[in-house]
Design a protein around this ligand. Structure first.
Ligand SMILES: [Zn+2]
Length: 96
């Protein structure tokens, strides 16, 4: 959906940021300029292109956290299922 470029005012863009869960920390000069954003969820601050935010790009830190949580969940699931197997392995490695 790369239609014709839409014009946003500072106020409109701030609303987009707020809806995503952040704060606009810099002046808005248009989709082609970089803006500073703060993520309320994790307090991460970063510079991004206005256009990339509109395209759906968001906090890198939260994204990484989600991946981490995802990996932890998978790991927890594996441990739950193979708990016996894993503890056996640990015992073996302690013997060696
Ligand atoms: Zn974040």
């Amino acid at each position: 959906m790369m239609g014709r470029p839409q014009k946003y005012t500072q106020e409109e863009f701030e609303k987009i940021i707020i809806r995503k869960g952040g704060i606009l920390l810099s002046q808005w000069f248009g989709t082609k300029s970089k803006i500073k954003i703060k993520c309320i969820k994790c307090n991460y601050e970063w510079w991004a292109l206005g256009s990339s935010i509109i395209a759906g790009s968001w906090c890198r830190n939260c994204h990484l956290n989600e991946i981490r949580i995802g990996i932890d969940k998978i790991r927890a699931e594996i441990i739950k299922r193979n708990g016996v197997l894993l503890s056996k392995k640990y015992t073996n490695s302690m013997i060696h």
